[in-house]
Design a protein around this ligand. Structure first.
Ligand code: AMO
Length: 440
């Protein structure tokens, strides 16, 4: 069978626009064959596009004999169909398309490497190997529709509160989160690095635009092979001047609340597809807050985990904590020894004005009040064993009236994992990067 040409056919609608409101209208749809059935005198083709699926019905005697006899399709063939809309309760969306013409624009091998009918879910690594195909699944459509809504909703929320969207360099000359976990690259004749976070630049820009945010990739050279770690993450970075951590805690819980409201309002179908409509619910604010010492106490008295002062709770301890406190909650006032140099110590210098936002066992966000005094910051850099000369340019920006400031970084991929009820963070990324995966 030769392929048809696109010619002058153009889509008139997406599947989402094919509703009972336009019964009897002639439309042109384009997409991929999700499923097909041949029942003798009746053939069904389910066509899907970026928004969903609709049924094409070919009934002998109703469509032309030529079309009925010649049509041969396979899974994921790329099709366009011209036809009329009819109401039909049993079909997806209560609608079927009676075709007058079908164009086959591209074909597929007889056996696809992964299941695309939605009847079974193929193994994750196999799906990731064929990601461009896998992303067409209705399940992935739901996940990435929700991701799109999360990003739209974050921007809406922050723009409404006088934030400026910034873009900062991803190729940098020195570490931001301490000396580890950096990917070195060659920058002409010099060594440079892929950025771990927008931390230093967002701080500098909070001294310009007062309230800034960035949505961007950050790179972590962590050899962690867990369901929570990847090497290229997508981060929401927020920084605000003339505030402290308290103000940031309030802003972040309002943001989480508002984004989930938007998902429920605008993407309920996607939530339902993922069976998350009763789980991804708008959380009450304010979120519960626990100091690091309180968490240590809970872990010790309830579960017998003894966390040394200055240690992060182990994965096992976090799992127990997540069973105990299932919703969103903050852990605040971590020991200064486990926080980066830019975090402000409390009056008792053992502790820091820092926090994590947790959902169950998973850390979604870190943040805190920052040091804005140059001398104090220089000492903090040195005391972490880093060389303040490498931070000369950053420190220089603190010479010109840097305001007190505070902020946070939220891992979008981790949050999406929670919002969609996914088992593995790699499912929440279109093309995940892990220690073992560099393609596709
Ligand atoms: P931190 O290093 O804690 O803080 O990162 C912030 C958030 O990013 C996510 N995250 C990751 N997600 C998946 N895989 C990883 N390897 C990974 N590493 C981090 C987490 C984490 O909570 N500059 C500070 C933030 C700030 O203080 O503003 C920072 O980057 O969800």
């Amino acid at each position: 069978m030769s392929l048809d040409k696109l010619g002058d056919w153009r889509k008139t609608h997406y599947t989402k626009d094919i509703t009972t409101k336009i019964v009897d209208k002639e439309v042109i749809l384009g997409g991929w064959v999700r499923n097909f059935r041949d029942l003798g005198g009746l053939k069904f083709i389910s066509i899907q596009d970026k928004y969903g699926e609709r049924q094409i019905t070919l009934k002998k005697g109703v469509v032309s004999d030529e079309l009925f006899e010649n049509i041969r399709v396979g899974y994921q063939y790329c099709l366009m169909v011209k036809g009329k809309i009819k109401a039909f309760n049993a079909a997806p969306g209560g609608i079927e398309i009676i075709p007058s013409e079908i164009k086959i624009l591209n074909k597929t091998p007889e056996k696809l490497p992964i299941d695309m009918t939605g009847e079974t879910i193929s193994e994750l690594d196999l799906r990731l190997n064929h990601r461009a195909l896998d992303l067409r699944s209705l399940r992935n459509q739901a996940v990435f529709e929700i991701r799109g809504e999360v990003l739209r909703s974050i921007r809406k929320f922050l723009f409404n509160r006088d934030f400026t969207e910034i873009s900062t360099p991803k190729i940098i000359g020195s570490a931001t989160e301490g000396g580890t976990e950096l990917f070195p690259i060659m920058y002409f004749e010099r060594e440079a690095f892929l950025t771990q976070s927008a931390q230093l630049y967002k701080e500098q820009l909070s001294g310009v635009y007062e309230r800034v945010f960035e949505l961007s990739d950050c790179f972590r050279a962590e050899k962690s092979r867990t369901k929570r770690h990847i090497c290229e993450i997508f981060m929401l970075d927020v920084e605000m001047s003339f505030v402290t951590m308290e103000d940031v805690l309030k802003l972040l819980e309002e943001l989480v609340n508002s984004v989930i409201k938007d998902i429920r309002e605008n993407k309920m179908d996607a939530l339902k597809y993922l069976h998350m409509e009763d789980k991804t619910v708008v959380p009450e604010i304010p979120f519960p807050r626990y100091k690091y010492e309180e968490i240590r106490e809970i872990l010790s008295s309830k579960f017998g985990f003894d966390i040394e002062f200055g240690e992060e709770p182990s994965t096992e301890a976090l799992r127990k904590l997540g069973e105990e406190i299932q919703g969103y909650y903050y852990i605040t006032h971590y020991p200064m020894v486990i926080k980066p140099f830019y975090i402000m110590p409390t009056e008792d210098p053992k502790y820091s004005e820092s926090f994590d936002l947790q959902k169950g066992m998973l850390e979604l966000t870190s943040g805190g009040t920052r040091v804005h005094n140059k001398e104090q910051l220089t000492n903090a850099i040195e005391s972490k064993g880093l060389n303040s000369i490498s931070f000369k340019s950053h420190l220089g920006s603190f010479d010109y009236g840097m305001p007190p400031h505070a902020g946070f970084g939220l891992g979008i991929d981790r949050w999406l994992t929670i919002l969609c009820g996914l088992d593995d963070i790699r499912e929440a990324v279109m093309y995940p990067r892990t220690p073992d995966r560099l393609t596709p």
